[in-house]
Write a protein that binds this ligand. Structure first.
Ligand SMILES: Cc1cc2nc3c(=O)[nH]c(=O)nc-3n(C[C@H](O)[C@H](O)[C@H](O)COP(=O)(O)O)c2cc1C
Length: 194
């Protein structure tokens, strides 16, 4: 294959990954390798980043370490729902075990003369998207969750977050067994052509 042809087919494959993305609903037990996870983190770290502030942080939880998050989620849940029954309590904790690997993506923003905070948040969002596309490229998939746990002091403490650190998402990562239907890409009524 000529260079030009192989570049074109790589481009088509990349576009296919991006346009076919959807959330993983069920993950296989198979644990992604450390090398795969590092590939995802490396892709995330290549996100556009005004001022090169690298406002993203990643906490990788796998195997037994998911217990840390599970317990914190239960502590937060019980605080909000002191009369919850044991089954609901267990279900809350099981959220941390929906995938073999969880990457908690956080943002550490800073006061900057040229880069408003919102631009730093957006850079972390872009990092998540890069991470997700890279996951697809190596045969993995993701589900992005937040919910009240993303804003819970219990969870932030359990993950050893700095006082200024904010959770952007719990990225469930693994080999997909079932995925959501791909949403139609509707942009016509969201776009102004000037
Ligand atoms: C910042 C952010 C937070 C999200 N939080 C949740 C969540 O708490 N629960 C959930 O089910 N999905 C959450 N999602 C995932 C979206 O809901 C999901 O992408 C959407 O349902 C569309 O499905 P798709 O990814 O299959 O296209 C979140 C997405 C983003 C960008």
């Amino acid at each position: 294959m000529s260079n030009e042809n192989s570049q074109r087919s790589a481009g088509e494959a990349a576009l296919q990954l991006i346009t076919s993305r959807s959330s993983v609903k069920k993950f296989a037990d198979e644990v992604p390798s450390r090398a795969q996870i590092e590939t995802l983190l490396s892709a995330a770290s290549r996100a556009p980043d005004h001022g090169r502030l690298a406002p993203w942080r990643f906490a990788v939880l796998q195997g037994a370490s998911r217990e840390i998050l599970s317990r914190a989620m239960q502590a937060a849940f019980v605080e909000r729902n002191p009369t919850a029954d044991a089954e609901t309590f267990e279900r809350e904790g099981s959220k941390a075990f929906r995938s073999p690997v969880l990457i908690v993506v956080t943002a550490v923003t800073q006061e900057h003369p040229k880069v408003p905070e919102i631009e730093q948040w957006v850079a972390v969002g872009a990092a998540v998207q890069n991470l997700w596309t890279a996951a697809q490229a190596v045969g993995l998939g993701c589900a992005w969750k937040t919910g009240s746990h993303a804003y819970s002091a219990h969870v932030l403490k359990a993950l050893d977050c700095a006082p200024t650190e904010k959770i952007i998402g719990f990225l469930h990562v693994g080999v997909p067994l079932a995925v959501a239907p791909v949403r139609p890409a509707e942009f016509a009524d969201k776009t102004r052509w000037l």
